[in-house]
Write a protein that binds this ligand. Structure first.
Ligand SMILES: [Zn+2]
Length: 216
């Protein structure tokens, strides 16, 4: 089985992908990682990718498709992939379907983490990390207190680039771009909506049940 994971930025998609990898012995495919790997290995394609990124341009579907093609033809990962942050558009989704079939594999399920806008904003805006001990808190959901944190509040910092406007923009971009892809998988009867509003472990519980019910 191969899995695709969708979720808006701030929904904790990466965390869930890592959990799937650890518990079910999958290999995670993130196009960001694939691109970085090519760049750091200084491959022919990596040099091209670096030029494109340095110019501030987007890496073409063609380049991405080629990297995905390589992964899918690797016997080591046969039917053991979890895609994180890919496909990003309908063309990539269609190419993926084609490549998967060509390699005698299949996409078994597509998981979509559902989280509302307001919750994402609070999760991202409320996030605080402690400069002293490295613990992560959230001023709305899990505030630092005398009981759970000895350092006190003075070491807590927020990420400077997170403001409400950027978060909302990222969220809307995600929705616009992802809805057609989700519909594509819905028509293939592969889409499973997952409640992303609950705690990390509870989200994973639901994901685990879906995967277990599909594993044969
Ligand atoms: Zn601390």
């Amino acid at each position: 089985m191969n899995i695709i994971l969708f979720g808006p930025p701030g929904a904790g998609k990466g965390t869930q992908a890592d959990k799937i990898v650890n518990e079910f012995d999958f290999h995670k495919v993130s196009t960001g990682d694939l691109l970085r790997e090519q760049i750091s290995n200084n491959t022919e394609i990596g040099i091209k990718i670096k030029e494109i990124i340095d110019k501030g341009q987007f890496v073409s579907d063609e380049i991405i498709d080629n990297l995905i093609k390589k992964i899918l033809s690797n016997k080591k990962y046969f039917n053991r992939l979890v895609f994180d942050g890919y496909p990003r558009n309908l063309n990539q989704a269609k190419t993926l379907e084609y490549l998967v079939k060509k390699n005698n594999q299949k996409i078994t399920c597509v998981l979509s983490l559902n989280v509302e806008r307001d919750l994402i904003v609070k999760r991202v805006l409320g996030r605080q990390s402690c400069n002293k001990c490295g613990q992560i808190f959230n001023e709305y959901f899990r505030p630092s207190s005398k009981e759970n944190h000895q350092c006190g509040d003075s070491f807590l910092v927020k990420r400077p680039d997170d403001n409400e406007e950027t978060i909302l923009k990222r969220f809307e971009t995600y929705q616009d771009k992802t809805l057609p892809i989700l519909n594509f998988y819905k028509n293939l009867n592969l889409l499973h909506e997952v409640n992303g509003k609950v705690e990390i472990d509870q989200i994973f519980k639901e994901i685990r049940e879906i995967i277990a019910s599909l594993e044969t």
